[in-house]
Design a protein around this ligand. Structure first.
Ligand code: ADP
Length: 257
């Protein structure tokens, strides 16, 4: 639809701009980091200078982490869709998240056994899911449950920009703080964040939405303050032919001359 196209163009422009700024800003940060390193070395054991320059260094490192994420966002690679077993992907991810999100967060995967295969870019899907899981963790500082689930759905009439057809509906649900209506309204805007500087880039949901739409699917957010948040991703199921004959493996790269 026109709105989706406009959103995609806007995202691309934002991405290019972000990439340019991130690149220039990173050069500034490298100068700050280099200078502060020299000052620390010359200061010997002047305690106050060591402490203050340590603070400056830490701030510059936080800036570096922001520019790194912005660059990753602007260099969004082409989507390379392959046929995926989403059940296996989610159960694998459940294990990784259970081990990395911290003991106060319970991670569940709820996947029926006979899901149809999915057609999507595996690497980018994993990045999106990890970003959404990180948001869920941030929303549950006191602990809670993160649930990953998937089900097959058939869309009969065009809705949410989805063409009629077969989809997999992936849901990432948390029992966290939820969002107020005004945060919810803006949550998927690029660069919208409520997190402190250095912790949020405001790109997680924008990227998730761009990924879903670019894959021929859609994203929706439901959230209630004090109850939690559910992010829904509809992604196209692989057609029978695609599932039977996965796309050819690209030819190996030519050896370096
Ligand atoms: P970031 O996480 O860097 O802030 P996002 O685009 O991923 O960027 O999220 C934008 C904002 O939406 C967050 O700052 C937060 O306020 C809100 N948000 C996102 N996910 C959740 C969630 N699971 N629970 C509560 N609020 C959320």
């Amino acid at each position: 639809t026109e709105a989706a196209l406009f959103q995609a163009q806007k995202m691309q422009a934002v991405g290019q701009l972000a990439g340019g700024i991130a690149h220039d800003f990173n050069n500034v940060l490298q100068a700050v980091l280099g200078g502060i390193g020299l000052i620390r070395r010359r200061a010997g054991n002047a305690e106050a200078i060591q402490r203050l320059s340590g603070m400056v260094e830490e701030a510059a490192r936080r800036g570096e982490s922001i520019t790194r994420r912005l660059l990753a966002f602007s260099r969004r690679e082409e989507l390379r869709a392959t046929v995926l077993d989403v059940g296996a992907l989610l159960t694998g991810l459940r294990e990784v998240l259970a081990a990395t999100l911290g003991g106060r967060i319970r991670v569940r995967a709820d996947v029926p056994p006979d899901l149809p295969p999915l057609l999507a870019d595996r690497g980018q899907l994993e990045t999106v899911l990890v970003n959404l899981a990180t948001n869920a963790r941030d929303a549950m500082p006191g602990g809670g449950t993160l649930t990953l689930c998937a089900e097959a759905v058939r869309i009969e009439a065009e809705a949410r920009g989805l063409k009629p057809g077969d989809y997999l509906l992936l849901r990432i649900a948390d029992t966290g703080e939820g969002m107020s209506p005004d945060v919810l309204a803006r949550a998927a805007e690029p660069f919208f964040t409520t997190k402190p500087l250095g912790q949020g880039t405001g790109l997680g949901l924008a990227m998730a939405q761009g990924f879903a739409q670019g894959s021929g699917g859609a994203m929706a957010i439901e959230s209630r303050p004090g109850e939690g948040t559910v992010i829904s991703l509809w992604l196209p199921a692989a057609q029978a032919e695609e599932a039977a004959s996965p796309p050819p493996v690209p030819a190996p790269a030519r050896p370096e001359a």
